[in-house]
Ligand binder design. Structure first.
Ligand SMILES: *[C@@H]1O[C@H](CO)[C@@H](O)[C@H](O)[C@H]1NC(C)=O
Ligand SMILES: *[C@@H]1O[C@H](CO)[C@@H](O)[C@H](O)[C@H]1NC(C)=O
Ligand SMILES: *[C@@H]1O[C@H](CO)[C@@H](O)[C@H](O)[C@H]1NC(C)=O
Ligand SMILES: *[C@@H]1O[C@H](CO)[C@@H](O)[C@H](O)[C@H]1NC(C)=O
Length: 389
């Protein structure tokens, strides 16, 4: 008779105790969710507009690449999606403006689709689309990471070159704020965590993929981490607030959003891989544990404080945490992270689904209508669970 180590039996017992009657998500579930996501794909522009927005579309592409990496069926289909988005999305004129709303919740307004500029607002002058660049460094970072993810699946060097060229645009902002780091926006209104985390994350990803330029990207990743870790953005509880006050350069105490606890995990994991230095993983786990303690309910399900009114930007956040916890988990597995991903994915499928649609609140109930943002965000948790189980 085989004898199981007692720790194995304990894990099994505690997992079954925590998850009565809930089935584990399957690859078939993920494919069903992917097919639903693609019903919102606007082929003519290569974006998920009008279902969701510009930067959210980059996150849709990223989760498709992550699913394609573990599912040969989706991989075959995804090639045409990446190709179409690469060609069409960058020809699409972007008229948008973002504001930081109450509670530091960002809102993106568009000239040509919902959410429209509020009545009486002056439209920004028509922005000439410049590839995947626009007026916001965070949007650029999302697209940079989407093209790295598409490169990882396809090996297509165009995608890597696109990510590298986006990196250069963000890099030009480094050190131009009163506080160091990079700006959120080209209008220089805010120094926030997300744009700075994305710059670190993109640099660190490129450091592991940049061929002869790897050292260049690595030195930027290290430089940005040195700045970030001393910026005050990480608070005493090891969670990350929304931004800095650009007069005092102190932590502004802004909301602890799930996506700000997420992107940093991917960045530190890639930095650890590039340097072989485990200490980055120790810090990542400190942040991941603090975030899970702060942002989950008593059943271990992740929430943002904006729920259920997260607007068209906040509806994307939680998936970013799940996706990056997946990267950390692959770099240095912990039973508690595998359990977190599994628990959240299973809850989405059991409680936050109608047919193939996945909505905003992962503990349920399903909120109608779902859209490409809630769908792709929830899919990040499902793909994270499948990729680490
Ligand atoms: C695709 O996007 C274009 C440009 O915004 C829009 O005119 C068109 O209606 C969209 N197509 C669908 C099917 O929503
Ligand atoms: C930044 O801090 C200064 C000094 O404490 C304060 O007067 C100002 O309102 C703060 N700015 C923002 C945007 O919170
Ligand atoms: C999460 O952290 C914030 C401040 O960082 C705190 O106000 C809040 O009470 C915490 N919530 C939980 C559930 O731990
Ligand atoms: C997508 O759904 C979320 C959650 O209901 C909502 O907050 C968001 O505004 C929707 N996005 C769009 C573009 O309608």
């Amino acid at each position: 008779m085989p004898s199981f180590p007692s720790s194995f039996v304990a894990v099994l017992a505690s997992t079954t105790a925590l998850l009565p009657q809930i089935q584990a998500v399957t690859t078939a579930n993920a494919e069903q969710a992917y097919n639903q996501l693609q019903t919102w794909y606007n082929e003519s522009i290569g974006l998920y507009i009008p279902s969701t927005g510009w930067w959210n579309s980059a996150n849709c592409i990223t989760v498709i690449a992550d699913l394609a990496a573990i599912d040969p069926i989706v991989k075959v289909e995804s090639l045409a999606v990446f190709q179409n988005t690469y060609v069409r999305a960058q020809q699409y004129n972007l008229q948008m403006q973002k504001v930081v709303g109450p509670g530091y919740l960002p809102w993106t307004y568009y000239g040509h689709h919902w959410p429209f500029f509020p009545p009486g607002w002056q439209w920004p002058s028509p922005i000439q689309t410049n590839g995947f660049l626009n007026g916001y460094y965070d949007d650029e970072g999302w697209w940079g990471l989407a093209w790295v993810a598409a490169y990882d699946v396809t090996g297509n060097p165009w995608y890597l070159q696109e990510a590298e060229s986006i990196f250069e645009n963000i890099k030009a902002s480094f050190g131009t704020t009163p506080c160091g780091g990079v700006w959120w926006d080209k209008a220089h209104t805010y120094v926030n965590a997300i744009a700075n985390e994305l710059f670190l994350d993109l640099a660190a990803h490129l450091a592991n993929r940049g061929g002869s330029k790897s050292f260049y990207y690595l030195s930027w990743a290290e430089r940005q981490w040195k700045w970030f870790s001393n910026s005050g953005l990480i608070n005493i509880q090891h969670t990350i607030n929304d931004g800095l006050n650009d007069t005092t350069c102190k932590n502004n105490g802004g909301t602890v959003w799930s996506y700000n606890q997420g992107v940093i995990l991917g960045g530190l994991s890639e930095l650890s891989r590039a340097t072989n230095d485990q200490s980055y993983l120790t810090i990542a786990k400190e942040i991941a544990d603090a975030a899970i303690a702060n942002l989950t309910d008593s059943n271990g399900i992740l929430h943002d404080v904006c729920e259920p009114n997260c607007g068209a930007d906040g509806s994307q956040f939680k998936g970013v945490f799940a996706r990056n916890l997946q990267i950390l988990q692959k770099a240095s597995p912990e039973g508690r992270y595998a359990a977190f991903l599994q628990t959240n994915a299973n809850s989405i499928w059991a409680n936050d689904r109608e047919g193939s649609e996945l909505s905003l609140v992962w503990s349920g109930p399903f909120l109608s209508p779902a859209n490409a943002s809630t769908q792709s965000s929830a899919m990040d948790a499902i793909v994270g669970a499948l990729a680490t189980s």
